[in-house]
Design a protein around this ligand. Structure first.
Ligand SMILES: Cc1cc2nc3c(=O)[nH]c(=O)nc-3n(C[C@H](O)[C@H](O)[C@H](O)COP(=O)(O)OP(=O)(O)OC[C@H]3O[C@@H](n4cnc5c(N)ncnc54)[C@H](O)[C@@H]3O)c2cc1C
Length: 456
């Protein structure tokens, strides 16, 4: 059937009345609009396919492309950058000995990057290296041949895309593709299986120039906001008397470049999983509501915050912890505490505390017995991450990068920060490209050659 718009319908549309089939003054037939197909018939071939455009995926794709391989990177949302962009996680944390991470910092402005712009810089890196970027493509299925992954299917507005590759890198943060391909995965801490809480970080403006900012480090939490009280004391009292949500024990505000602007890390919800749709829905709604309670609390109690308002609420909840693959090796707490070195390191000099946000309540899980000291975390020595933690068990043709590599719940709490994930991605990209360049498989790749590229 074909529709023609008449004058009365046009007026209706302009005045806001919904009008099915309105398309300017042009007549059209409903059948000409293609439905979202169950299979679009779009097929892609590449050498290295990277699923996920976060710090790990972006670094893997850039570095593999720089070594001459044909690379395609898929991202389910409309921007690159992962949690740092979608969930407004800020600033970049973690130290690492990585020339590539240094190079990225020089371009994006260091740890205090500008989240409105940084994703475009990441796109520049990828494009200059020759990688193809596909945004709005959500990888959903592994295409396998025996125990080998040979590609991925992704859902898009055009329908299903089929992408075949010689090597696939899972940088989804959630090990979506590894799981789909049959890699055994773990989730949560030993015992009750709980994971770190999800949180909404958000940005505020209107902080007075002379106001103080509080972080999660001991010194920042001890900042005096009145004559006798610390920020932490005031926050803990509000948490106890119900003014703040029971899980909000630390209100961290990080100054963001411009005057009066800060990033707030305070909300959290426990007992939910970032791989379950009902849990994600509940976390999205609950943490956004918490955010406005935190803003009210700050306006009322913290000098210099009387006029603050939410200037950026991210589109997506922040997910700290989901699946971790079972790899050929597993990185453990002791490896980090002792600063273990590995001959087959793809990351060197990783530095970040064991930072476990309490899976069962407010504050940090370390030192739970001293719960009044909220935000404490265990120290580590500079440590390596070996190639065998990014090579999964049971499935060939697959590497994993970022927070879903093979490690324990405790070790993950350190290497999950963005700078270390970017360094993992760098290592994985170089490992993948070197293996293909030498016509071998990642587990047999020349580690000396790889390390020469990574740590010149
Ligand atoms: C609330 C919160 C606060 C944090 N605070 C800090 C901090 O201050 N500093 C810091 O450095 N780190 C912080 N972190 C940790 C850090 O942000 C993440 O651990 C880090 O971003 C992980 O990097 P990644 O590349 O492994 O995964 P992600 O950043 O999660 O990126 C994964 C990407 O893959 C995409 N994706 C997922 N599934 C698919 C799929 N199936 N198909 C296609 N694309 C897919 C996602 O959209 C995303 O872009 C925080 C995390 C949270 C949640």
């Amino acid at each position: 059937m074909s529709f023609k718009i008449n004058r009365r319908q046009l007026i209706g549309a302009i005045s806001g009345v919904s009008l099915m089939g309105f398309c300017g003054e042009k007549s059209f037939s409903a059948q000409t609009i293609p439905a979202v197909a169950s299979n679009s018939g779009r097929n892609f071939e590449t050498e290295i396919l990277v699923c996920g455009g976060g710090p790990a995926g972006f670094a893997a794709a850039t570095n593999a492309a720089r070594l001459g391989r044909k690379v395609l990177i898929l991202e389910r949302y409309g921007r690159l950058g992962g949690m740092g962009i979608h969930a407004r996680v800020w600033p970049l944390m973690g130290g690492v000995n990585s020339p590539f991470v240094k190079e990225v910092h020089a371009k994006i402005g260091g740890n205090g990057f500008d989240p409105e712009r940084a994703d475009l810089y990441l796109a520049d890196f990828l494009e200059q290296a020759g990688a193809t970027i596909l945004l709005h493509a959500w990888a959903t299925e592994a295409i396998t041949d025996g125990n080998r992954i040979v590609g991925v299917k992704a859902i898009s507005k055009e329908g299903i895309l089929t992408i075949r590759a010689k090597l696939v890198i899972d940088a989804t943060g959630d090990a979506d593709i590894a799981l789909a391909a049959g890699v055994p995965c773990e989730m949560g801490r030993g015992g009750d299986g709980l994971v770190q809480p999800m949180s909404i970080m958000f940005a505020i403006e209107g902080v007075a120039d002379n106001a103080k900012y509080s972080g999660s480090e001991e010194s920042a939490r001890a900042i005096k906001i009145g004559d006798n009280e610390t920020w932490e004391t005031v926050t803990t009292r509000a948490q106890k008397n119900g003014e703040l949500p029971a899980t909000v024990g630390v209100v961290r505000t990080y100054k963001m470049g411009r005057s009066g602007k800060a990033c707030v890390n305070a909300t959290q919800i426990n007992g939910l999983f970032g791989t379950k749709v009902e849990d994600l829905t509940q976390a999205e709604l609950e943490c956004r509501r918490q955010a406005f309670r935190v803003v009210e609390f700050m306006r009322k109690h913290i000098p210099g915050y009387e006029n603050i308002y939410v200037s950026h609420m991210p589109a997506v909840i922040g997910v700290r912890e989901t699946r971790r693959i079972c790899g050929l090796e597993q990185l453990k707490r002791e490896d980090l505490i002792t600063g273990r070195k590995w001959d087959n390191a793809i990351v060197r000099g990783a530095r970040f505390v064991l930072d476990i946000h309490n899976p069962a309540g407010g504050g940090q899980a370390e030192n739970q017995d001293q719960h009044q000291i909220q935000g404490s975390a265990a120290q580590v020595k500079p440590y390596d991450i070996p190639a065998t933690c990014v090579i999964p068990q049971k499935v060939d043709g697959l590497l994993v990068a970022g927070r879903c590599i093979s490690g324990t719940h405790e070790a993950h709490s350190s290497y999950r920060v963005q700078n270390i994930c970017m360094a993992i991605g760098t290592g994985v990209g170089v490992l993948a490209a070197t293996a293909l360049n030498d016509n071998t498989i990642p587990v047999e790749a020349d580690m000396k050659k790889i390390q020469k590229i990574l740590f010149p």
